[in-house]
Design a protein around this ligand. Sequence first.
Ligand code: GSH
Length: 224
Amino acid sequence: MLTLHHLEYSQSFRILWLLEELGADYELKIYERDPKTYQAPAELKKLSPLGSAPVITDDQVTLAESSAIIDYLLDHHPESELRVSPDSEDRVRYLFWMHASQGSMMSLMLMEAVFQILIFRVPFLIRPMVKAVLEQAKQSLIKPRMASLLKIAEADLKVAPYFGGDKVTAADIAMIYPMAAAKDRFYLDVDYPECNAWLDRVHQCEGFRSAAAKDGRDSIILRV
Ligand SMILES: N[C@@H](CCC(=O)N[C@@H](CS)C(=O)NCC(=O)O)C(=O)O
């Protein structure tokens, strides 16, 4: 039996959405974050050496890492159209966003989240100084790189309504978390109307809505 081990307010929402899009038969186990450290509970951590979500278990298989899980699930659903075929004119955009999502956008958003948590972890007296240093790092490191990615996304979403063409594909599922995080942290603002319209569009997708209902949280993003 396929089981998704899903951590609330986390990237594992993407796998939940993917499973709903695939109409897969699976069991969902939802884990709560520690309210102080925001870490996954020990029960989830012991499933995989990475100790992070998402994790899937499927008979003898235990697999962590979002992109690996997406590929594994698509391999097991060859009938699905969520992967854009190599001869499609949308293939290059699909490939770019599948990989830019994890390789570029998620790492920037992770940096942003770590900065945010650090500010509250340092002693009160040195907090303003740490805040100023991290703000500078954000402005020089995260902001321009995120702006470059959002500009490419804006141009691509003028070509087609989704990252892999005229319907939802795995690229949109991969992109939901970094795009929602970018919106939440004010990188994705009114200067990117196509990206905002895409976010609205995917929130209306049937698969997204049923995933959100199963998740049962008010947001997919962790707010600290
Ligand atoms: N690159 C990994 C990152 C996984 C990751 O960092 N997951 C976070 C949730 S967004 C997590 O499990 N945090 C809780 C913890 O590490 O205890 C993936 O895509 O699966």
